[in-house]
Ligand binder design. Structure first.
Ligand SMILES: Nc1nc2c(ncn2[C@@H]2O[C@H](COP(=O)(O)OP(=O)(O)OP(=O)(O)O)[C@@H](O)[C@H]2O)c(=O)[nH]1
Ligand SMILES: [Mg+2]
Length: 238
C-alpha cells in the first residue's frame, strides 16, 4: 500500500512529461509544416510576360519595354483590396524563363510563399512543354509539397483577343502535358528526392484542381494593366 502511494506521484509526473512532450512535438510539426517563405515567385517560359507583370505590380506601370531576362528582378509590391486601399506589401521575384537559367528556380522555391506561373495564352501550344516542366518543378519540390504553396496559373496576353486561348484551354493543355510528363519521368526513374505524390494518384488522370497545392487559373493582361486577379491572389497569400 505504502509502495503504491509513493510511486503514484512519480507516475503522474512521468505521464505529464510524456503528454507535454507529445503536445510540443505536435505544435512544432504544425508550425514547421505551415511555415512559408516570404517571396512570391513569377515563373514560366520565356516571353510569357513575367517581367512586364513584375513592373505592373511593382509600380503600376503598363507596357514596360522588356528584353529577355538574364537575371532575377526583385521588389516589393503593394497589395490593394477591392476598394483600392493598400492593405500591405509582398516581396515579388521575377525569374528568367531561359532554360539555362531555370536551375535557380530550385533554390528560390525554398523560400517561396506562393508561385505565379505566367504563360502566353496566345502561344501556349508551342510552350506547353516548358510550362508543364516549370509546374512539375514547382509542385514536386519537397518544400512546396510540404507547405502546400498556392499556385496561380496566370494566362497572360488576354488582350490579344482573337489569338489568346481561354483559361480553360490553357489549364487543360498544361494538365495533359503534366500528366504525360509524370508518367515519362516515373518510367525513367530519375526523380529521386522529388515529391511525385504531390501530383495525385497515378491510377487517375491528373487534375490541376484536385492537387495538394491549391491551383487557381486566371486571365490577365500585364501589358494593359489588367492584373486584378494577380493582386487578389497576392492579398490572399500575404
Ligand atoms: N500583347 C501583350 N503582350 C505582352 C503582355 N505582357 C507582355 N507582353 C510582351 O511579351 C514580350 C515578353 O514579355 P516579358 O515580360 O519580357 O516576358 P518574360 O516572361 O519576362 O520573358 P523572359 O525574361 O525571357 O523569361 C514583350 O514584348 C512584352 O511587351 C500582354 O499582356 N499582352
Ligand atoms: Mg523577363
Amino acid at each position: 500500500m505504502d509502495e503504491l502511494s509513493l510511486s503514484k506521484p512519480d507516475v503522474q509526473i512521468a505521464l505529464l512529461v510524456v503528454l507535454a512532450t507529445a503536445f510540443l512535438l505536435l505544435i512544432l510539426k504544425f508550425v514547421s509544416g505551415k511555415k512559408r517563405g516570404n517571396t512570391v515567385l513569377l515563373v514560366g517560359p520565356c516571353n510569357g510576360g513575367k517581367t512586364t507583370l513584375f513592373y505592373c505590380l511593382k509600380d503600376g506601370s503598363t507596357g514596360a519595354i522588356t528584353v529577355a531576362s538574364m537575371q532575377e528582378n526583385e521588389g516589393w509590391c503593394q497589395v490593394r483590396n477591392d476598394k483600392d486601399r493598400v492593405v500591405g506589401s509582398v516581396r515579388v521575384m521575377d525569374l528568367p524563363g531561359h532554360p539555362r537559367l531555370r536551375s535557380k528556380l530550385e533554390h528560390y522555391l525554398k523560400n517561396a510563399s506562393a508561385v505565379v506561373l505566367v504563360i502566353d495564352s496566345a502561344d501556349i501550344t508551342p510552350n506547353k512543354t516548358e510550362a508543364a516542366e516549370d509546374l512539375f518543378e514547382v509542385l514536386t519540390h519537397p518544400t512546396v509539397a510540404r507547405r502546400r504553396l498556392p499556385v496561380l496559373l496566370a494566362c497572360n496576353k488576354s488582350d490579344l483577343e482573337t489569338q489568346a486561348h481561354s483559361v480553360d484551354f490553357c489549364r487543360r493543355t498544361i494538365e495533359k502535358q503534366l500528366d504525360a510528363m509524370r508518367k515519362t519521368r516515373l518510367a525513367l526513374g530519375g526523380d529521386a528526392g522529388r515529391a511525385i505524390s504531390a501530383l495525385g494518384k497515378l491510377d487517375k488522370p491528373l487534375s490541376l484542381t484536385a492537387l495538394r497545392s491549391p491551383i487557381t487559373a486566371a486571365s490577365i493582361s500585364a501589358e494593359k494593366g489588367d492584373v486584378s486577379e494577380v493582386v487578389r491572389f497576392l492579398a490572399k497569400v500575404m
